[in-house]
Design a protein. Sequence first.
Length: 71
Amino acid sequence: MEVKWSDRYCDRPEELKSLLGFCATNGLKRATVTSISKSVSRQVSDVELTFVPASVHRYQVGYNLVHGKPN
């Protein structure tokens, strides 16, 4: 999970060098990134990045906490 307060990385996911490096080091094939307003998936090398608006992500986390579901 990487939290960004911008839609910039939705169009330039290759700029998420730290996240992509972390995924490569740890053998992760997927990661989630928050954005301001865009929901989109992007493939960078062998990592699938799923962009979700921060407000939607926070709502889901709160819902899961209230209803006892894992995040």
